[in-house]
Design a protein around this ligand. Structure first.
Ligand code: GLC
Length: 656
């Protein structure tokens, strides 16, 4: 693929290559590989185009492309017949379904290892969870692991969790119960103990080219001038000195996480091999960690660059060819306008990542909870609603990471608030520094240079449960439980695949034991990553306990979600006009089915005029609340739906 070849002659060469390669690999004549052949032919044009856009000037572009095609054919052929059957059985856009509900968990902190997890599948079934995101499982050095996001071997399950065999056994058991599996690929970086990094340290130029390595600080200084810092407190700057080879290497996250250099096509191919290795383990949804960072360019923020999108599109094409049943989630926790681009734009609309995190709305939920005011949330919906049909959100209230208040200043200004003061209030409120705040969280990654900070803390602690328990405040406990369930309900019904963070279904408050572990104490995100105590979880079966109230409330919500197909993510979310600024109301409609979600984020009883239900199509007459079981007649415009503090209703139109 030299720079002088025209796209046409290039295509010809590639097709020729495929057919000779196919013959060599003996697949062309076989009936069973017809589908692969078809997918290869269908995907080849975009694949070539995308690859060429990125690598056309690279001296090894041609031979590396051939290696890429070989990799796709090889992994596709190695795919187990069982998985191929599952690929074929998955309906297009299977992942939009209201019947899916997920949980994200650390295997070791949840139940020690993969074998034990297999015996816990009944727990998920009881709760109504049929989709598991297992936090990073692959080998990662203890004490320098970033919760597994610093991988030293992409193909070896870390011994603390068990083995690859255990993982496959778990996946098979899950699939038998109609469950789905999500794992991570840490695409942006490796551990400094990965074989490639070790070879680079030893002076091997081939592997030094796998990373951004420099002889001195000249270029690093230039990069640093325009790149923000991700962990300014624990890992300031974006480069780390490597004494073994006397060079500087780019480390955007922690100093032990070396950024991979995707300008080198060999890195792309090596990582596509890992992506397909995970696909062939039976992963249904692959979480691409930190995709916003995968392309760096001096003089820019090195985030969200067009080449990062091209690489993701290229990876999507590879996956579509080799393992069509696996969907992709781009973990882009960036500005709302940027997040939306990870679904693809232009000719590639809905052809990049199938999922992204609705990080904007997650943060806005917390904004509403603290302020009791829904206006900033509504102002910021414009970008979120641009998500293309056929793609979906991961919706959530908490995950293993911090909460970043990443929505735009302009949205805050639009409703007459000062962005600096507004964010300061939210940070003070959730870190418990605002007078009267019930929350017990902490600031994460405070950057004195920019004034930025994010928020750590578990769902329960941020909702006030920890403080209320300490103070023996019964009313506070009741309100916290109410807030927890309202926050979950809001994220379960808004559209997307809800992902519960483990422990939140039981109401785990912050765990401060991380402070005694030197491998974790520098990172307060560990406060909201609990060690599960199964005696506590068993209290979910004791009527009236806090654990039972939260567990059974969460289970009930998931049950309601599963009974309402209109909650599938069919791009069918409409916000109600804000007749009461404390109440967030939306309509989910499809065909003649209509469901309203009504949430009072205020600490006082709220009154919502029935007129709010008359602005979108035919006026409903009767509404059934799936949460309380009550039925409501839609009243006159000067009459009201009355919503208790932090109360909510999931109202299905019965008549009208
Ligand atoms: C992602 C992970 C986060 C990790 C970072 C670096 O954002 O969610 O936990 O620290 O990537 O890998």
């Amino acid at each position: 693929m030299s720079t002088t070849s025209t796209p046409q002659s290039l295509n010809q060469r590639i097709y020729q290559y495929i057919s000779t390669e196919s013959k060599r690999m003996n697949f062309e004549p076989k009936e069973k590989d017809k589908d692969l052949n078809f997918r290869l032919m269908e995907g080849m044009d975009p694949l070539i185009q995308l690859y060429q856009n990125i690598y056309h000037t690279h001296p090894k572009a041609d031979q590396t492309f051939e290696k890429l095609i070989e990799t796709l054919i090889d992994f596709a052929q190695k795919r187990e017949p069982e998985l191929k059957k599952r690929d074929a059985a998955k309906k297009q856009n299977w992942f939009l379904s209201n019947e899916l509900a997920g949980m994200s968990l650390y295997v070791d902190r949840f139940c020690e290892n993969l074998k034990n997890l297999k015996s816990k599948l009944g727990y998920f079934d009881e709760l109504g969870v049929n989709f598991l995101h297992l936090m990073p499982l692959f080998e990662s050095p203890a004490g320098e692991s970033d919760g597994g996001y610093a991988v030293s071997n992409f193909r070896k399950v870390d011994a603390k969790f068990g083995s690859l065999k255990d993982l496959i056994a778990l996946r098979k058991a899950m699939q038998k119960q109609d469950m789905y599996l999500m794992l991570d690929i840490v695409l942006n970086h490796t551990s400094h103990r990965h074989e490639w990094a070790e070879k680079a340290k030893a002076g091997d130029p081939e592997f030094q080219d796998y990373f951004y390595m420099y002889d001195n600080r000249w270029i690093p200084n230039e990069f640093d001038a325009s790149m923000p810092e991700i962990f300014p407190e624990s890992s300031p700057g974006n480069f780390t000195y490597v004494p073994e080879c006397d060079k500087w290497v780019m480390t955007v996250f922690h100093n032990y996480q070396w950024d991979l250099n995707y300008m080198n096509p060999a890195v792309l191919v090596a990582m596509v091999e890992n992506v397909l290795f995970y696909a062939n383990l039976g992963v249904d949804l692959l979480r691409i960690d930190a995709p916003a960072f995968i392309w760096k360019q001096n003089g820019t923020s090195s985030q969200n660059l067009p080449q990062a999108h091209e690489l993701l599109r290229l990876i999507k094409q590879c996956v579509t060819i080799a393992s069509p049943g696996m969907a992709l989630l781009g973990e882009a926790i960036v500005a709302p306008k940027e997040i939306i681009k990870y679904f693809g734009t232009g000719d590639y609309t809905a052809k990049e990542c199938d999922f992204a995190y609705n990080a904007t709305h997650m943060a806005l939920q917390w904004d509403m909870l603290a302020t009791g005011d829904t206006r900033v949330m509504l102002a910021a919906q414009q970008d979120i609603l641009q998500k293309p049909f056929g793609t979906s959100w991961i919706t959530y209230t908490r995950c293993h990471d911090d909460i970043g208040l990443g929505y735009e200043d302009s949205k805050i200004i639009q409703v007459g608030k000062d962005p600096y003061q507004h964010r300061k209030f939210l940070k003070d409120y959730f870190s418990g520094n605002y007078p009267g705040s019930p929350s017990k969280g902490a600031l994460f990654s405070s950057n004195p240079k920019t004034g930025d900070a994010r928020i750590s803390g578990s769902l329960a602690s941020l909702c006030g449960l920890e403080k209320s328990l300490e103070e023996g405040d019964e009313l506070g406990i009741r309100l916290s439980i109410q807030k927890i369930l309202m926050m979950q309900a809001h994220s379960f019904f808004i559209g997307g695949l809800p992902m519960i963070f483990y422990g939140d279904e039981i109401g785990y408050t912050n765990d401060y034991s991380f402070l005694n572990d030197p491998g974790k104490s520098y990172d307060n995100r560990w406060m909201h990553r609990p060690m599960i105590d199964w005696v506590k979880n068993d209290r979910a079966h004791e009527s009236g306990t806090i654990e039972e109230q939260i567990f059974s409330g969460t289970r009930k919500l998931l049950g309601i979600r599963k009974s309402l197909p209109v909650i599938s993510d069919w791009k069918n979310l409409t916000w109600l006009s804000p007749h009461n600024i404390h109440v967030a109301g939306f309509l989910r409609a499809f065909g003649d089915k209509k469901v309203y979600g009504i949430f009072n984020f205020g600490s006082e009883t709220a009154y919502l005029t029935w007129y709010a239900f008359k602005e979108h199509g035919k006026t409903p007459e009767k509404l059934k609340d799936h949460w309380t079981g009550n039925e409501f007649e839609v009243g006159m415009d000067n009459e009201y739906l009355i919503i208790e503090p932090y109360g909510f209703h999931i109202l299905e139109v019965q008549k009208g």
